[in-house]
Design a protein around this ligand. Structure first.
Ligand SMILES: NC(=O)c1ccc[n+]([C@@H]2O[C@H](COP(=O)([O-])OP(=O)(O)OC[C@H]3O[C@@H](n4cnc5c(N)ncnc54)[C@H](O)[C@@H]3O)[C@@H](O)[C@H]2O)c1
Length: 581
């Protein structure tokens, strides 16, 4: 249980303790308390109290305590009781931003400063800061980038005891601590010089750090054991098995231990590319390997369901390649099996982390387009489709299951709610050596009139935009950019290589309408979240219980659309009513 001691109601009282401090007296209380939930481990109850409103409850029964500002009025006895709780293993996260600081009893302040082992050295106005992780191997900052930016009012901290820096910023070319960690008995005291504004508590990296502070140190240390990963399907075509092997290898906290493929050549490739791992010819043998905690399933789609069900029933965490499976019923069965076994189930919807899509989503979330009422996406060209299983309906599920797994996921990420009806329109006119459709257009309609469309075509000589997002205040367009590598290779001469058109981030243009003026066009930068974001999140989830970036239920909603699209084209392009999900 978490106790939050917040002087929220008292923000604005008195003068700051730090002479010369610039204090923003915005009442940052209530919304901050709401956003405190973003740093509270799942399932943890929160009790919020204001020290100005009466005696504080005894800290002895709480596993974690968050204090925003100095708990003026709490009394030295309460601070001593809190120290006792920390010594027995509790965690204290103190936000030392002086804007919440109020004058109080001198002894109380001295006891508080002594417990934190930290004092505010200087305060700084709102600006963009670059936080550096000082102890990368420490569980508090594990898998955080070495440096990340954030915007906040800031207090720099001096350590007054044995507190050690966790995060620092450089100001005037000098490293200054903004988060300090102090071990007190079996517990921990972490002091942060940030505010508790929602933008700070919901910051992707800071929220991870603060959430970990609230896990008892013993539990945090115990959860650090590396997760043994097995790869099921080490394929040569899309090469996803190889990709997962390399990415697991590069992800702190995950350890590649095994690979399974019925093809002897692929097992040999795995042994050469990932030296030291165990290889198996059958999934049953992989399941029997006790060193495998998590299996990444990268086989062709038609066998995802059966393999994942066996793995989940055997108590293994499962990350499925997209598409999760073929039908909503299968997805529901997998979700139930995972919940029954108490293991994680996720789907590699990796394109949620693509730099162009992250930028599109940020633009939508920030409200730059107003209310979204139409989203259109496109992928394809005029080219003979591949002749591997990817183009055979009985294995792939149908043309829509390939790129549709990503594009329909994107649409659901951008549009609230779930569509009421789906109509797909397929063409089979040009490529007769394969069974997938040449083109499929999926139209989605929401019950309130909003709409979306996804087109995958292998017979489109001109490409439509990758993204077209219409809102009540503007439109965002993302266009494909061909990647060509031209060079002269002596003595043979000119050589050109083409990368798949969907690999380079789209060029994003935002046009917003201003009444009486007209349209403003802006080029949007893409937002790179770094390689391996999916795998880092998986490690964060399995080691520290952090929320999965791709929940199985969100992937099941995609499967429901894929299944309905295939049904629609199978039934002569007729509309399909969708379940409410
Ligand atoms: N997320 C992405 O961006 C992305 C990109 C490409 C492919 N994919 C997905 O990854 C998965 C694999 O695609 P790929 O192109 O790498 O395929 P692939 O054909 O290259 O590899 C599949 C491998 O699975 C093996 N296999 C088949 N049945 C097996 C079984 N029962 N047990 C163990 N191994 C088995 C095959 O021998 C083969 O080596 C598919 O679901 C595909 O849709 C995802």
């Amino acid at each position: 249980m978490l106790l939050v001691v917040s002087g929220a109601a008292s923000a604005g009282r008195g003068e700051p303790r730090c002479p010369g401090a610039h204090v923003d007296r915005r009442p940052s209380g209530p919304e901050s308390l709401e956003s405190l939930r973003s740093i509270v481990p799942e399932g943890c109850d929160i009790v919020v109290v204001d020290p100005a409103a009466g005696p504080l409850p005894s800290p002895a029964v709480y596993g974690a305590v968050v204090v925003t500002g100095t708990p003026a009025g709490a009394g030295t006895k309460w601070i001593a009781d809190l120290r006792g709780a920390v010594e027995r293993g509790a965690c204290l996260l103190a936000f030392a931003n002086p804007e919440r600081d109020v004058p109080g009893d001198h002894e109380e302040h001295a006891a508080w400063a002594e417990l934190l082992g930290a004092r505010v050295a200087s305060v700084h106005p709102a600006s963009e800061w670059f936080a550096k992780t000082v102890t990368p191997g420490d569980p508090l900052t594990r898998r955080l980038p070495p440096e990340f930016s954030f915007v906040d009012r800031l207090a720099c901290l001096d350590t007054a005891a044995d507190a050690v820096p966790v995060l620092q910023v450089s100001i005037a070319f000098s490293d200054r601590s903004i988060v300090l960690d102090r071990r007190v008995g079996a517990g921990r005291v972490v002091t942060a010089g940030t505010s508790t504004d929602p933008s700070v508590l919901q910051h992707p990296e800071l929220s991870k750090l603060f959430r970990r502070v609230l896990i008892p140190p013993a539990a945090l240390a115990a959860s650090e054991q590396a997760v043994g990963v097995g790869i099921l399907g080490y394929g040569p075509y899309g090469g996803m098995g190889h990709y997962h092997g390399l990415t697991v290898q590069a992800t702190d906290g995950l350890e590649i231990v095994a690979a399974c493929d019925p093809d002897a050549g692929r097992r040999k490739a795995a042994e050469e590319e990932l030296p030291g791992l165990r290889t198996y010819a059958s999934a049953d043998d992989l399941i029997a390997d006790d060193g495998v905690d998590l299996v990444i399933v990268a086989t062709p789609p038609s066998n995802h369901f059966a393999l994942a069900l066996d793995l989940l029933r055997a108590g293994r965490h499962v990350a499925l390649e997209k598409p999760m499976c073929m039908t909503l019923r299968e997805a529901d069965t997998l979700i139930e099996a995972a919940s029954r076994a108490g293991v994680a189930l996720t789907v590699h919807q990796n394109r949620r982390f693509d730099a162009d899509f992250v930028a599109v989503r940020r633009c939508v979330t920030a409200g730059l387009l107003g209310q979204i009422f139409n989203v259109e996406t496109f992928v394809g060209g005029f080219e003979h489709p591949c002749r591997a299983w990817h183009s055979e309906v009985s294995v792939s599920g149908g043309a829509v299951y390939d790129w549709g797994s990503h594009h329909l996921d994107w649409i659901l990420q951008l549009m609230d709610g779930f569509p009421a009806t789906l109509t797909a329109h397929g063409h089979k006119r040009v490529w007769h050596d394969i069974t997938n459709l040449d083109q499929v257009r999926v139209r989605l309609a929401w019950s309130d009139g909003r709409e979306a469309e996804f087109v995958h075509s292998d017979v489109a000589a001109f490409r439509q935009p990758k993204f077209l997002v219409q809102g009540t205040e503007g439109t965002l367009m993302g266009t494909y950019r061909a990647l060509r590598f031209e060079r002269i290779e002596p003595p043979f001469g000119y050589v050109i290589d083409h990368a798949h058109h969907a690999e380079a981030p789209a060029e994003l243009t935002l046009a917003r309408y201003e009444a009486g003026i007209g349209l403003f066009e802006t080029r949007l930068p893409v937002t790179d979240v770094g390689r391996g974001a999916f795998h880092r999140n998986l490690a964060d989830h399995l080691q520290f219980g952090e929320p999965l970036a791709v929940t199985a239920t969100s992937a099941a909603r995609v499967v429901a659309l894929l299944e309905a699209a295939q049904q629609s084209t199978d039934r002569g392009n007729t509309p399909v009513s969708l379940p409410s999900l």
